[in-house]
Design a protein around this ligand. Structure first.
Ligand code: MTE
Ligand code: MO
Length: 236
């Protein structure tokens, strides 16, 4: 598994520089957004607080835009579109009524921090794809987010894995706004940047379209320990 001190590839360093510059540019606005998210969470659920603070629970807060977007059961929609037989727009209630899969896996950010044994629960992405009926000629999925900026992608084969979830719960409770609620993606075998927060669109496409961080040099196939300049393969 991934550990601290693993050599970091050149492209990852370039990407981290990109992240640092962005952090400087929008840092104060990000902090404002986080503060308002924190106050909302605090008023509803005091125990949610520690999980959101840098260092608290091990998670770091990431957001490429300047505020934490808010949607709830009243206005959340997840659309499934593209190369499918049946387009769909699911409410939170629709998603909650589907078969739920629970898994406990490690979270690993490509910049080095990790949170072991994190519980995720939600609908398998493969289930949504089956409901939609993927057409011949489809090869990939493009994910969009209601922050209006972040995107991600998976090959169809990756998307059909059992350990890829459209997550409604994280750490045993509904995904908080700061963690990408009400619905985020969880791609267990890949670095956490694949796990798009504030998920609002699943588009079936012909081929992979690189996501947000992938334009900054991060690998599209983001297997933990086998991408981004890291290689845990046996040496003998
Ligand atoms: N929409 C969106 N999703 C995102 C990101 C983001 O900035 N925006 N950051 C990614 C990265 S790099 C990481 S490490 C995780 C962070 O998730 P967290 O904020 O719940 O710790 O979300 C991923 N998904
Ligand atoms: Mo990350």
């Amino acid at each position: 598994m991934e550990s601290k001190g693993t050599p970091v590839g050149r492209r990852v360093v370039l990407g981290m520089l990109g992240l640092g510059a962005l952090g400087v540019a929008v840092g104060s606005r990000v902090q404002d957004g986080l503060d308002s998210a924190l106050s909302q969470v605090t008023s509803k659920d005091p125990t949610g607080l520690t999980g959101l603070l840098p260092g608290g629970g091990g998670f770091r807060f990431y957001n490429v835009t300047g505020s934490v977007p808010q949607r709830d059961a009243s206005n959340y929609r997840l659309t499934v579109s593209g190369l499918v037989d049946r387009q769909a727009g699911y409410t939170l209630a629709d998603l909650r009524a589907m078969p739920q899969t629970h898994m406990v896996r490690d979270v690993q950010c490509v910049t080095g921090w990790r949170v072991d044994d994190t519980a995720f629960e939600g609908v398998r992405l493969s289930h949504l794809l089956d409901l939609a009926g993927v057409r011949d000629g489809a090869g990939a999925i493009r994910f969009t987010c209601f922050d209006g900026a972040y995107t991600e992608s998976l090959t169809l084969e990756q998307a059909r894995r059992d350990d890829v979830l459209v997550a409604l719960k994280m750490q045993g409770k509904p995904v908080t706004s700061a963690h990408g609620g009400p619905v985020r993606l969880y791609v267990a075998p890949m670095y956490f940047y694949k796990s798009a927060k504030w998920l609002s669109g699943i588009e079936v496409t012909e081929s992979v379209q690189p996501g947000y961080w992938e334009h900054y040099g991060y690998d599209v196939d983001a297997w933990v320990g086998r991408s981004n300049g890291r290689d845990d393969a046996p040496t003998s």
